[in-house]
Design a protein around this ligand. Structure first.
Ligand SMILES: *Cc1c(COP(=O)(O)O)cnc(C)c1O
Length: 495
């Protein structure tokens, strides 16, 4: 197994090199040279294993250059009850006959990003050792809210690394902001950008390929890497939990081995749902992959029409981690659907950067629609879904998960599909407390952030996650805020 670039099919690097670099020099994304297969027997074997060993099995199929001991070192350190509040690492909660919420937010920052960002630092430091890489790694992160904190937590005081996070000043929740700006550690930096997530992501991508910054970082004996889902080391751990959830459904006799399931994912940068697509292509029995968006519905239109057009109004919603108009990981999917044709990908993505728009061919569109269904809902529908789910099941879902639930409910209404369905539940409701309470008709006007946490705890009869409760006594360390054109200079001084 080796890795090539979506913009250069002749490239051949190892898994460790792909993780270290994050993004290819040609601006493309690293993709595995083939999709490894798993059999139903493999899945049946996984059903008997714990999460760590499930992860070890899947990861070793992709990182063939890592030894078994190295992978085990990574999984054991990442997926322990030191970091997660459940032995299972993820939970699977059934709501109604066919719907299962795959709760991926039991880690230290209460969002699914922990599933990958708890292990990525181990992948990276192991890769550095394997490649005799003696430079300091500077991790640059653009975040729509959750990646930032999860990456800061994962890399905090990791030897040989430094991490700098950019977030959109007005584009994250109060809790997300507090989580990031109070981060401990001597190797961390956090800075607000006067712009939206796309500005942050574009700025970071530009810095990765900017020659003057490259010279600067070289002369400091350092190198950039990425903790965003453009790094394949972020995607791989996400493949694990889809396969793991299926194994759990088999183990608990909710389904028979070989039965197909649907998977619904609240989508932003297309990383999480792409991981589900990899799982399907490895052999996981999956019927439809359902891509759920909020009012920023560029992906819904794309999947339904084959035209990607980012020239549209940008909405700030109550599901901020999905407020994205340029979904990076789509490039990996299209590369696979085009049978690894890097010329076509270069053409489409240069159109995207020059006019914000491209159209895929009919045969690629047909393949896309064979696997994917797409839908979206606005803030009002999200809120009524939160209230409905609470009234029916006494369960409080966060705003992002509720977008997915609503899109799934619409899909069932349209199709009558009774296939058992796993919905990725991407964040704890406590992270988006004020929107969730608002949806439950609680007047929060006079409440502090901490009052809100307590109120939600009372209503939902669940405990406030410890990492959020602890923020109350933490001091804000980072207050910088800069224009999107000042990111390069900021990075230089950070190095
Ligand atoms: C990041 C995030 C998403 C979007 O995931 P992508 O992999 O970017 O599609 C959805 N929900 C939450 C809570 C997130 O943090």
């Amino acid at each position: 197994m080796f890795y090539k670039s979506t913009r250069n099919s002749n490239l051949n690097v190892s898994g460790a090199q792909a993780v270290l670099k994050g993004i290819s020099d040609d601006g493309g994304l690293f993709v595995p040279s083939e999709i490894p297969a798993i059999s139903l027997d493999d899945i049946s074997g996984l059903a008997k294993l714990d999460y760590c060993d499930r992860a070890k099995f899947i990861i070793s199929k992709y990182f063939t250059d890592y030894t078994e001991e190295e992978i085990e070192f990574c999984t054991k350190n990442a997926y322990s009850t030191k970091n997660f509040d459940t032995d299972n690492i993820h939970e699977l909660t059934q709501l109604g006959d066919n719907m299962y919420l795959l709760e991926l937010w039991h880690g230290p920052t209460c969002a699914f990003k922990d599933m990958a960002l708890q292990i990525l630092p181990y992948f990276l430091t192991t890769a550095a050792k394997k490649c005799n890489f003696d430079k300091e790694l500077v991790i640059l992160v653009a975040t729509s809210g959750d990646t930032g904190k999860a990456a800061l937590t994962g890399f905090c005081d990791v030897d040989g690394t430094k991490i700098l996070v950019f977030y959109p000043e007005d584009g994250v929740s109060a809790m997300q902001k507090k989580q990031m700006t109070t981060q401990d550690g001597k190797n961390v930096g956090v800075c607000a950008i006067k712009g939206n997530f796309d500005d942050c992501q574009n700025g970071v991508k530009k810095i990765f390929t900017d020659d003057s910054i490259k010279a600067h970082i070289d002369s400091n004996n350092a190198a950039f890497s990425s903790a965003n889902s453009i790094n394949f080391g972020r995607l791989l751990p996400q493949i694990v939990y889809y396969i793991s959830s299926y194994a759990t459904l088999v183990d608990t006799q909710q389904i028979n081995l070989g039965d197909k399931i649907n998977i619904v994912v609240p989508t932003g940068n297309f990383g999480n749902i792409l991981a589900a697509y990899y799982a399907k292509n490895m052999g996981l029995p999956v019927n439809k992959l359902i891509c759920a968006s909020n009012a920023n519905n560029v992906l819904t239109d794309f999947i339904n029409t084959g035209v990607y057009d980012r020239n549209r109004e940008f909405f700030t919603t109550i599901s901020p981690s999905m407020d994205i108009l340029i979904s990076s990981n789509l490039e990996r999917l299209l590369y696979m659907l085009c049978d690894d044709n890097d010329e076509i990908i270069k053409d489409w993505f240069s159109k995207l950067s020059s006019c914000g728009k491209y159209e895929i061919s009919d045969d690629v569109k047909a393949k896309l629609q064979n696997d994917f269904v797409a839908g979206y809902c606005d803030d009002n529908a999200t809120k009524s879904t939160i209230a409905d789910i609470f009234n029916e099941f006494s369960y409080v879902a966060d705003t992002h998960t509720s977008v997915a639930i609503k899109v799934y409910q619409d899909y069932v209404k349209n199709t009558g599909d009774t296939t058992k369905t796993v919905i990725a539940s991407t964040a704890s409701p406590y992270k988006f407390c004020s929107s969730v309470l608002d949806a439950l008709s609680v007047d929060t006007a006079a409440m502090s952030d901490w009052d809100m946490l307590e109120k939600l705890s009372e209503i939902s009869s669940t405990e406030i996650p410890a990492p959020l409760a602890e923020l109350k006594s933490k001091e804000v360390r980072f207050t910088d805020s800069i224009g999107r054109d000042d990111m390069s200079d900021y990075v230089k001084s950070f190095i």
